[in-house]
Design a protein. Structure first.
Length: 288
């Protein structure tokens, strides 16, 4: 087979999306939601298939005996774990036989890592090597979670505010901790700068600092929710030829979502990198 590993993966995902979308559209046309029940603008996950004609009741019935959380509420967490498993598996697979002249999965991984390293290096300078593992993993993790919703029977965990907030809060704690660790008490100087306006600037800076994790999480949550709702609405409105051949009108939005999902992962990582760079003074330091 000709072509790079990246093109093969892209082609395979595209076929999965197309074929799976046909199946979902046809299945939803055979089992429409009764007029007496509200229509939910969310495509079914693989767990909904086990519920038959009443998937919501099925998922709500099974609850965690310790926390009392239903299977429906566990779905985003399961999807997050699945993304982590995919990342770890690919990393182990790509590095199983390291060669001086990379090819296949190793070449794809090296191109990806080098591109991310150069991108982050423009903002972190000599600190790039120290923080690349955290920020690079953050980008790939968010990107895969965003794209997961485009695969039939899977959901994007990032369309849940608790998931996006659970990533924004560690970023907030991490860059503040690193700022204090590297700069000591000087880190707090920017909260009262200029000194003669400290009574005014201190509350403004504190509010701006506390809003950062909220803005990070809400931005990602809002954009991914909008994408998923639009795709779900278009799937529900899919017309049929001869009563059984679906016309995939939503595929245009699917391809646009590929771009938007990448952009949102980039923005989240970019802002996290900027916050970290400001906290540690990366642009003003030349030492390692």
């Amino acid at each position: 087979m000709k072509g790079s590993l990246g093109s093969k993966i892209t082609s395979g995902l595209a076929w999965i999306v197309v074929i799976g979308s046909f199946v979902l559209s046809y299945q939803m046309s055979k089992n429409p939601t009764p007029a007496s029940e509200p229509q939910e603008l969310e495509l079914p996950s693989i767990f909904h298939l086990f519920g038959g004609a009443h998937p919501k009741e099925f998922l709500e019935h099974y609850r965690d005996p310790f926390l009392g959380i239903s299977l429906e509420e566990w779905i985003p967490t399961i999807m997050c774990i699945l993304v982590g498993f995919v990342l770890i598996s690919f990393s182990l697979w790509a590095t199983r036989r390291m060669e001086k002249i990379p090819r296949g999965s190793q070449a794809f991984a090296e191109i990806l890592v080098e591109g991310l390293y150069n991108f982050l290096g423009e903002m972190l300078g000599p600190y790039t090597r120290r923080y690349f593992g955290f920020l690079g993993t953050l980008f790939l993790y968010i990107l895969l979670m965003n794209l997961m919703g485009l695969i039939p029977l899977l959901h994007s965990p990032t369309n849940r505010i608790n998931v996006t907030l659970s990533m924004a809060l560690p970023v907030f704690v991490f860059y503040n901790f690193e700022g204090i660790r590297i700069r000591g008490l000087k880190y707090f100087k920017h909260f009262i700068d200029p000194l003669f306006m400290a009574p005014l600037m201190l509350p403004i800076h504190l509010i701006g600092e506390l809003v950062r994790p909220i803005s990070l999480s809400v931005r990602l949550f809002g954009n991914l929710t909008g994408e998923d709702l639009t795709i779900a609405l278009l799937v529900i409105m899919t017309p049929f030829l001869f009563g059984f051949i679906p016309v995939p009108v939503h595929l245009i939005m699917v391809f646009m979502a590929l771009l938007f999902s990448t952009i949102q992962a980039t923005i989240f990582t970019l802002l996290s990198t900027i916050y970290l760079s400001e906290a540690i003074g990366a642009q003003g330091d030349d030492h390692h």
